[in-house]
Design a binder for this molecule. Structure first.
Ligand code: NDP
Length: 324
């Protein structure tokens, strides 16, 4: 494993990490979760990503139980949660958002579900336009002061909202956000590469990026239709499947075919090519992998060994193929 600092902060994360969105509970039970966590940990992964909303809290329960059963030293890995969406289908007003009340209670609940004493990383899962940023910054600062959280961050916040959080933290001597969790892959680049550019320079923020395979599309598995056992066929994820049937979805499928040609030439899978491409961006602190099967995770972890093949001329070809 290669380790990178979380932006300018002292925390060193493996460049590949592992998350549980969609998969844990829906596709991955406790036994398989433990096998995946062990495979990842043995490969040097030291960050496991979660959120209150994943399977309405069940994903955290499974991860917490699996980590407990595996018995890894608590100081050898990091675990996260995220607050905003709540952990039930119809949350009441106090059960979601970024109010002091919800981020505090969501933290306590995540600690209980994950069976840990502190969250290494704690994210504000989306911006909350109905809570003043200063209320959230202050609540996050307090959770850190209480030892319940080590690093706090944002996920998919507009750059200006993150700048506002830093300014408030600076003015009031509060702890600022250390990291942002944005989507980043060959099809979704603008936010990480352009909108956030000043966040790395001015505030030393790190990024823990999600959906490196665009929910599996960049694995090439959808070339001949949608496999029955894939994410796009799960109840509740019709919105993901519908995206594939748009003009942009069809364009992407065509692009993946061209990426597969390059991957074959390079002697790697198209998933590995797509993940290795994310690793080329030095502002990416860690790429969060997702997998519903052990073999997928094994293949995806192999991307790191392939990354050196992505020399500048190859990267240029890959980017041209992805945007054609
Ligand atoms: P990906 O885009 O990599 O999609 C992962 C899915 O792609 C797998 O579950 C599997 O789906 C398929 N897949 C993975 N590897 C392969 C392979 N080698 N061959 C074929 N298919 C493969 O990542 P995710 O969307 O899962 O995101 C990763 C993590 O990021 C999440 O677990 C979560 O922790 C975090 N995240 C954060 C968000 C946020 O808002 N902050 C939002 C979304 C994710 P299938 O079951 O179809 O085979």
């Amino acid at each position: 494993m290669e380790y990178r600092r979380l932006g300018n902060f002292g925390l060193k994360l493996g460049v590949l990490s592992f998350g549980s969105w969609v998969t844990f509970k829906n596709q991955v039970d406790l036994k398989l979760a433990a096998q995946c966590l062990k495979l990842a940990y043995d490969a040097g992964v030291n960050f496991f990503d979660n959120a209150e909303t994943y399977a309405n809290g069940h994903s955290e329960r499974i991860m917490g139980q699996a980590l407990k059963n595996l018995g890894f030293d608590r100081d050898s890995y990091c675990v996260s949660s995220k607050a905003f969406f709540g952990c039930r289908d119809h949350p009441r007003p106090t059960q979601r958002g970024l109010s002091r009340k919800h981020v505090t209670e969501a933290c306590h609940q995540a600690l209980a579900r994950l069976q840990v004493d502190y969250l290494d990383l704690y994210f504000c899962h989306r911006p909350d336009t109905e809570t003043p940023v200063e209320e959230t910054v202050h609540a996050m600062h307090d959770l850190i002061q209480q030892g319940k959280v080590l690093y706090w961050g944002t996920s998919e916040w507009p750059a200006e909202a993150i700048v506002a959080a830093h300014q408030i933290a600076r003015e009031r001597n509060l702890i600022p956000p250390s990291m942002e969790q944005p989507q980043y892959n060959l099809f979704t680049r603008a936010r990480v590469e352009q909108e956030y550019a000043r966040l790395y320079l001015d505030y030393g923020m790190g990024t823990t990026i999600w959906s490196p395979l665009a929910s599996g599309v960049l694995s090439g598995k959808y070339a001949n239709g949608i496999p029955q056992d894939s994410r796009l066929n799960l109840p509740g994820y019709e919105w993901l499947r519908d995206r594939l049937h748009t003009d942009e979805g069809r364009r992407r499928l065509g692009a993946v075919e061209n990426l597969a040609v390059i991957a074959r030439e390079l002697g790697m899978s198209v998933s590995q090519l797509a993940i290795a491409w994310c690793l080329k961006n030095p502002n990416v602190s860690t790429v969060i992998l997702g997998a519903s099967r052990l073999e997928q995770l094994r293949e995806d972890l192999g991307a790191l060994a392939q990354a050196s093949k992505l020399q500048p001329d190859v990267v240029a070809r890959i980017e041209a193929a992805a945007s054609a």
